[in-house]
Design a protein around this ligand. Structure first.
Ligand code: BES
Ligand code: MN
Ligand code: ZN
Length: 492
């Protein structure tokens, strides 16, 4: 388990600056104004900060970025960062400034003296999010990531504001850990065990085992797991923080490894399919964050946990399965398995919880990567207001999301000669036909959003808020959507 670095807040005290070991950071504004801390560093270093501010380097520096002075004269710190940041930065700018400090910090202790600069909580959040490192399987890595301390003129206020964000950081880290974990470790059983661990936070947890899934009629989901030694499961996480109203449902694809099944994938890059439980990972991370910050909302998370393997008992191309809804599906391609898992979990979620809305998340199609790359998830919805509320939340959190179309002409591509539908629509509009398939399992009056996160769940380069690898995309956006739309306003 990866825990976010510890960040605390204290009262501004410039007498601490000269003797601080490790790393130190102070701020100067865009137009070159130094606060007391930066002035003190300038004095100690005999004018180094002012020289920097008069340089072209400073002029070219972006807002929220910093310049490092290494082994400065008269100071115990091994490096001092001068951050370019205005006194009242926008929240997203403060968050970015914090994220920018993650590399500078490394594993060393870091003291950040912000003085009167506002949004210390956001800066802390950016630093925490970007300081992620998954080292569980590195035998030579025993480094403990030292804490950070932020000095401000408003420490109590900052600490209170950071509380909820620390909860969110833990949720994001849980998602990233799940996505990064290899599939021999994160089996369906291990995933379910980690979900059960969340009961300590006040979440109601239920794990449905294969016999129950069979009784419920989830043959589409079960068909996917038939070739695997790991038993298929559905895990339910219920957070009842609101009143008596029906919950919002979050549904996630949790394919712990996707070989493609009998429609086997090519070898090159197949190892990436350890992340095919990304949707379930986001649902789990959001539920953890909601519980940690004691959200005043009713939200239920449901994840379908299966492994897609080729085997003598695996399902074959051409097989026909009957979904829990009762509709029959011709499995043309066993590699289009995510939709087979989701269709049963989506149906079950509606039948049991009568949710006010459903958001599903899935690393569903390679086609969404062709369409949108790694910067935006595909957003499909039957409800404009619901979709817009998500798009607004995603934009506010800097998580890329782009609306995609649905329509009857796409749905037609799923016609099967032998069953009610087939599980693929062909090469054209592959992400849309996958979404159309899912929509067949959404009741008419239920607002629904499908998020295809195949391109954004894991990336090969750094993003603003994450080092390369698992991003945790969606945890922040969903949490914000819940805060803005489903939570009783906090009493002042
Ligand atoms: N898990 C994959 C989609 C995927 C691809 C996720 C790349 C992340 C990165 C999904 O189960 C899949 O195999 N989809 C097929 C569907 C096709 C057979 C219709 C695909 O996208 O090729
Ligand atoms: Mn597949
Ligand atoms: Zn898959």
């Amino acid at each position: 388990m990866t825990t976010p670095i510890e960040i605390s807040f204290g009262e501004t005290d410039i007498e601490l600056l000269a003797g601080t070991t490790g790393k130190l950071a102070v701020v100067a504004t865009e137009d070159g104004k130094l606060d007391v801390s930066a002035r003190r560093v300038n004095k100690l270093t005999k004018g180094a900060v002012l020289r920097l501010l008069e340089s072209e380097t400073w002029e070219k520096l972006g807002t929220g970025e910093h310049i490092t002075l290494n082994f400065p004269t008269n100071m115990a710190a091994e490096a001092v960062a001068i951050i370019k940041l205005d006194r009242r930065p926008k929240p997203e700018t403060a968050r970015k400034a914090g994220a920018e400090l993650a590399k500078f910090k490394g594993d060393a202790p870091l003291l950040i003296s912000l003085g009167s600069t506002t949004r210390g909580d956001e800066l802390a959040f950016g630093l925490a999010l970007k300081s992620y490192a998954f080292t569980d399987h590195k035998t030579d890595d025993e480094t403990v990531n030292a804490p950070a301390k932020i000095l401000v003129n408003y420490p109590d206020e900052a600490a209170a504001a950071y509380n909820d964000k620390a909860a969110l950081a833990e949720g994001v880290f849980m998602t990233r850990d799940l996505v990064t974990e290899p599939s021999n470790v994160l089996t369906t059983t291990e995933f379910a065990a980690r979900v059960e661990g969340l009961a300590d936070l006040g979440l109601e947890i239920e794990i449905l085992e294969e016999d129950t899934l069979e009784e419920l009629g989830m043959a589409a989901l079960l068909g996917v797991g038939m070739g695997s030694e790991s038993p298929s499961k559905v895990a339910i996480m219920n957070w009842k923080g609101g009143g008596d109203e029906k919950p919002l449902a979050l549904v996630g694809k949790g394919v712990v490894f996707d070989t493609g099944g009998i429609s086997l994938k090519p070898a090159a890059g197949m190892e990436d399919m350890t992340m095919d439980m990304g949707g379930a990972g986001v649902v789990t991370g959001v539920m953890k964050a909601l519980a940690l910050r004691k959200a005043k909302a009713n939200v239920v998370g449901l994840i379908g946990l299966v492994e897609n393997m080729p085997d003598g008992r695996a399902q074959r191309p051409g097989d026909v399965v009957t979904s829990m809804k009762g509709d029959t599906i011709e499995v043309i391609n066993t590699d289009a398995e995510g939709r087979l898992v989701l269709c049963d979990v989506l149906w079950y979620a509606q039948e049991r919880f009568e949710p006010v809305g459903i958001v599903d998340l899935a690393t569903l199609t390679g086609a969404i990567i062709i369409g949108l790359g790694h910067d935006n998830a595909g957003v499909f919805s039957n409800d404009d207001a619901f979709a817009n509320s998500f798009l607004k939340a995603a934009a506010g959190e800097g998580e890329g999301a782009w609306r995609m179309p649905l329509g009857a002409s796409y749905d037609k591509l799923l016609k099967s000669p032998v069953a009610d539908m087939k599980n693929i629509g062909g090469r054209a509009a592959g992400s849309i036909t996958a979404a159309q398939f899912l929509q067949r399992f959404i009741k008419d009056d239920v607002p629904w959003i499908h998020l295809d996160i195949a391109g954004v769940a894991q990336v090969t380069g750094d993003t603003d808020m994450a080092p390369k690898g698992a991003t945790g995309w969606g945890v922040l956006a969903l949490d914000r959507m819940i805060r803005d739309g489903y939570e009783a306003a906090e009493a002042e």
